[in-house]
Design a protein around this ligand. Structure first.
Ligand SMILES: Cc1cc2nc3c(=O)[nH]c(=O)nc-3n(C[C@H](O)[C@H](O)[C@H](O)COP(=O)(O)OP(=O)(O)OC[C@H]3O[C@@H](n4cnc5c(N)ncnc54)[C@H](O)[C@@H]3O)c2cc1C
Length: 1008
């Protein structure tokens, strides 16, 4: 690497993975240029209705990240841009960028929508998958970040005819400039991260399904938009041909995936779960709807996916078929559709009102140009070429990859890998971190104690989002009549940059000491307004918000007068509370710049190395006598790499890195403290301090009670088979491998994710090294997701025999006259088969480490019924715990493959470094406090506190009292509600404040 690196990074592609990595990089002190070819960030996730397996509203959970990236002082958005050239070397690249004109002056555009209202040109809306229309001047979607309009040059009447310009006349801010030209400029960056994501397979290619010919055959993404409340049918499930509610719908899986015909032989990984989710949501919309899904295998391999599959079948009545690929769809005279399929040995025919094609993923359309400019290699499908053990590295040093472009994956895996790539870049540019970033400085706070309240109220129209329903000027006029309200304004967008400046200046001009904003949700916008208020010189807790979008214009869309009245009520209540608001301190804590990693397997070693290479001391604690965990027993991978080589290289790097302290034969005895300041006692006597902790305690291999394991030496586990193959101790002539041993059953409903890969790796190795040996794989579903599907195909091609069973007819193992016998009901031929293997291999599940329970108590973090740890959010925060400063990776999270553990471990290291790179961190001022006299020490608060902030301690002999740790407390108020003695108060939600709000809600005449 060049001597001095440049402390900035170019992230290409602003889907969820690009956004996550940009946020992590910026938090680690690097300047980020976040580039996308479209006009708004969010990528494909912004189009989804809900996400499996949590059924969270996709945009609701994405929005805070969009807003955070949009307003981060160290992230610069480069929209409608592309890379056209590259020079330099890792650490010091010069990248040539071309930015297409949007014909809008961004600094002037407030996103009001007046231009689009007047624009006469209607164009199919890409965001709704062309099912609705947008104007020629448009924003990508209603909550777009940045909220800046763009003109579609190809469609705009002015560009076609030289006339029109209605948008120019409508724009009050002179933000439209039809003369704009493309710009070219250079960026100096230390590293480049590719996150250009994916596109959907073009379903017209599979002509047999009638997509593009039959109106009622649509793609999965089109269906996502139909399901979405912000979609073309406002969330009403309708048949495209006539708008009628469908009674029967079918999902056809693997369209453009696992398909020899199109050459897309890989599995797209997300579509099975996406179809289940879409079927469940459709049934939530239309209770009577019948939903059928035609799978080849159900690939429900992720955390809690199997449980979701069961819920879909049992609770929602989704009908799951397992069959060969559907051959064709026929349209009937009434536009209903006939789907033909095999089930068992029989051919069935079913009629449906709609057919949804589960389209697979393909690399993005323009990506070839991008990778060519950078010299990055693609695999044979056009995705970025990576290796199992270096999942974020491209062939070009200094250029990394994450998200879908490195291979099909779901959101949490994309996010974990995005953080992982950020971690690797942070290590590469460790010497220049902090050199190109600015920190936000706030002016000295005005002391408002004892002052009569002077309240400013800002009422937002949010374009037509609120203003289209609520009479915003009337709400603003009403706010002026309220006591202590000194200034009122209604804005097209209160969150726009110019309104933020306005708020800052009127605080000073009108000597305001409280601010109320009536707009959208605090979840996404409160922190923005709090910062603005701080910039205006006020304490951030002298701010209050009324949500007149979600609670008025959205839910009372059809009753504008009532929505307006309710908005007035909410504003009156917010003003009432704001009069009683008090300034609160924002505690700051110094950060101990070192980390603790618990567990010395692959994930723990990788995380520790990531942190050490990032420049921070790290203690790696391993309870056994050597590092490596399960990796020590893995001799080959599906892709033919050597895990033992990786193990010895990683151990070598750890031992040579002076920042790493390894504690073998050691466990954690006690952990105290909080983010930035943990104190840990180890069983080897060491007492260490650290700012962040990573849990990498791994998992264990299940020891089967079934299939006569332990009763006959010819019955072994998959790991033992791997060892025998490696040590040349394998000599069997007929091998049967039973899958899902101890997985997907009542005791352990989870899929163990790894087993189909190990079965394939071992089966292939046997067939290659011992071609005359017969290998039978007895499976329920083969789950070789992603590019590993190739190996499944190869195994079948070279003669591995696959026997499908289902849960009602599992294999039965006996020893008859000395010979090992396996009987099983084969599902495709619907017949009993009998095997006489001389070696029976059980592919046992991966279970949670029993030590997790002890760790959980010490760390006060949640574990699941399965014994695996529960992360902060299953979709968007896969490597974080809800408790700040503690992270997790590898098998401690859930079963995952080597490459996935490596990506996640680097991700955990990056998340930890977002803390370690700071000298001090701010914590929440709106915390809870215990009245010691009233407290009975019952412990209810401790039991409900998700953040381990409430603790009951013995303050004097036999006297127990609760105390809240201000740094850990998030101010959620759960303890306040749980305390039956009324001993706990929330500093920002005091009883008198809430009572005043209720009083004013009940008294419409109250002026505050
Ligand atoms: C129908 C459907 C349903 C799904 N449901 C779920 C679900 O419920 N749960 C779940 O976990 N996953 C789901 N997924 C998968 C999920 O959408 C992806 O895992 C995730 O969105 C991947 O994010 P990404 O950032 O890698 O890619 P993307 O979202 O594709 O983002 C890539 C970004 O890069 C930009 N870009 C592309 N090329 C270039 C270039 N050359 N230059 C500059 N910018 C470029 C694009 O404009 C885009 O903004 C679903 C997918 C589909 C298709």
């Amino acid at each position: 690497m060049a001597n001095e690196s440049i402390g900035s990074v170019l992230v290409v592609g602003a889907g969820v993975s690009g956004i996550q990595s940009a946020l992590d990089l910026a938090e680690m002190g690097l300047k980020v240029f976040l580039l996308d070819e479209t006009t708004a960030i969010g990528g494909n996730m912004a189009k989804l209705d809900k996400t499996f397996p949590t059924n969270d509203c996709s945009l609701c959970i994405l929005s805070p990240k969009l807003v955070a990236a949009g307003k981060h002082p160290n992230i610069q958005l480069l929209m409608r841009s592309e890379i056209i050239g590259l020079a330099g070397s890792p650490g010091r690249f010069k990248v040539k960028i071309k930015k297409e004109p949007t014909y809008i002056i961004d600094e002037k555009c407030v996103g009001c929508g007046a231009c689009a209202e007047k624009c006469p040109v209607k164009v199919p809306n890409e965001y709704d998958m062309k099912q609705g229309v947008r104007k020629a001047i448009y924003i990508l979607y209603p909550q777009a970040v940045p909220m800046k309009y763009a003109i579609d040059r190809e469609r705009c009447l002015h560009f076609k005819t030289g006339k029109c310009q209605l948008c120019m006349k409508a724009c009050q801010n002179d933000a439209i400039d039809h003369e704009q030209l493309p710009e070219e400029f250079d960026l100096d960056v230390g590293a480049i991260l590719l996150a250009p994501g994916f596109e959907l397979f073009d379903c017209t290619i599979k002509t047999a399904y009638g997509y593009g010919r039959f109106r009622n055959v649509i793609s999965n993404m089109e269906f996502e938009r139909i399901l979405s409340a912000s979609g073309p049918t406002k969330g009403h499930v309708q048949r495209p041909s006539d708008g009628a509610a469908p009674k029967r719908i079918a999902f056809i899986q693997c369209v453009g995936s696992r398909d020899q015909q199109t050459g897309n032989t890989y599995c797209s990984s997300y579509c099975c779960m996406a179809a289940l989710k879409e079927a469940v949501i459709a049934k939530e919309h239309l209770g009577e709807l019948e939903a059928h899904i035609y799978f080849m295998d159900t690939r429900a391999f992720g955390k809690e996916f199997e449980a979701y599959l069961h819920r879909a079948e049992e609770e929602y009545g989704v009908v799951v078929h397992r069959n060969n690929r559907i051959s064709n769809v026929e349209q009937q005279c009434d536009r209903s559709l006939l789907v033909r399929y095999h089930e068992g040995a029989e051919i069935h025919e079913q009629q449906f009102d709609m057919v949804i094609l589960s389209a697979g993923a393909r690399p993005p359309l323009h990506v070839d140009k991008l990778v060519k400019a950078l010299g990055v290699e693609q695999n044979k499908f056009g995705f970025c070429e990576t290796e199992d053990f270096t999942p974020m590295d491209t062939n070009v040093p200094g250029i990394y990859v994450c998200g879908m472009f490195s291979g099909p994956k779901d959101i949490p895996d994309s996010i974990a890998q995005a953080s992982g790539a950020a971690g690797k870049i942070s290590a590469l540019l460790a010497d220049s971190r902090g050199t190109m970033v600015s920190t936000r400085e706030f002016p000295k706070e005005t002391d408002v104690t004892g002052q009569e309240p002077r309240i400013g109220v800002f009422v937002c129209q949010c374009g037509i989002n609120i203003g289209g329903v609520v009479d915003v000027p009337a709400v603003a006029a009403y706010a002026k009549t309220l006591k202590n309200v000194e200034y009122v304004e209604d804005n097209l967008y209160t969150c726009s940059q110019d309104t933020q400046e306005k708020i800052r200046s009127v605080i000073g001009d009108h000597k305001l000491n409280r601010v109320v904003v009536a707009s959208c949700t605090p979840r996404t916008h409160e922190s923005l307004f709090k910062n603005t208020v701080r910039e205006g010189g006020l304490n951030q807790y002298l701010f209050e918000m009324a949500n007149i979008r979600d609670q008025c214009s959205w839910v009372h869309m059809k009753e504008p007068a009532k929505a307006t009245e309710k908005a007035k009520d909410l504003v009156r209540m917010a003003v009432a509370k704001s009069r009683l608001l008090e300034a609160l301190p924002t505690p700051k804590v110094k950060v101990e710049k070192s980390a603790l990693v618990i567990g010395g397997g692959l994930a723990g070693m990788t995380a520790a190395l990531g942190i050490a290479e990032g420049g921070f001391p790290v203690h790696l604690v391993e309870k056994s006598t050597s590092l490596g965990g399960h990796l020590k027993e893995i001799y080959h991978t599906l892709t033919g790499l050597d895990p033992q080589k990786v193990l010895s290289e990683t151990k070598d790097k750890l031992s040579k890195n002076s920042k790493v302290t390894i504690h073998l034969n050691t466990t954690v005895k006690e952990i105290a403290g909080y983010v930035g300041n943990f104190e840990t006692e180890l069983s080897d006597g060491a007492e260490i301090k650290q700012g962040a902790i990573i849990v990498a305690s791994g998992g264990i291999e299940y020891q089967p009670k079934e299939y006569m394991y332990g009763q006959d030496p010819r019955i072994i586990l998959q790991t033992e088979l791997g060892r025998r193959l490696e040590k040349k101790e394998f000599d069997a002539k007929t091998v049967a491998i039973i899958q899902c041993v101890g997985s997907r059953n009542e005791e352990n409903p989870n899929c163990s994710r790894i087993c189909c890969f190990t079965a394939m790796a071992n089966a292939l190795r046997i067939k290659k090294e011992h071609p005359s040996t017969s290998v039978y794989v007895l499976y329920r579903d083969i789950r070789t997701y992603g590019f590993a599907e190739e190996f499944y195909n190869e195994a079948a091609r070279i003669g591995v025999l696959f026997v499908r069973w289902d849960v009602d007819g599992p294999p039965v193992v006996t020893v008859e006259n000395g010979s090992l016998t396996v009987r099983v009901h084969e599902k495709f031929i619907e017949d009993e088969i009998e095997l006489k293997p001389d070696l029976l291999v059980l592919n046992a599940s991966t279970r949670a480490n029993p030590d997790n329970k002890e760790l959980q108590k010490m760390l006060k973090v949640p574990i699941m019924k399965s014994g695996f740890f529960l992360e902060a959010h299953m979709k968007l925060r896969p490597v974080d715990f809800a408790t700040d400063g503690i992270f997790l990776c590898g098998l401690a999270h859930s079963p995952r493959r080597i490459g996935e553990s490596i990506a996640m471990a680097n991700g955990a290291a990056a998340r930890a470094m977002t803390i370690l790179t700071k000298d001090e961190i701010e914590s929440e001022g709106s915390t809870s406090i215990v009245n010691q006299e009233k407290c009975r020490g019952c412990g209810d608060c401790e039991a409900v506190c998700e953040f381990a902030a409430a603790r009951v301690t013995e303050v004097s002999p036999g006297v127990f009292k609760s105390q809240i740790n201000d740094i850990l407390c998030k101010g959620c108020g759960t303890c306040v509600a749980a305390c039956c003695n009324g001993a706990i108060t929330s500093r920002h939600f005091k009883s008198n404040q809430i009572a005043k709000m209720i009083e004013s809600a009940l008294d419409k005449e109250a002026k505050a």
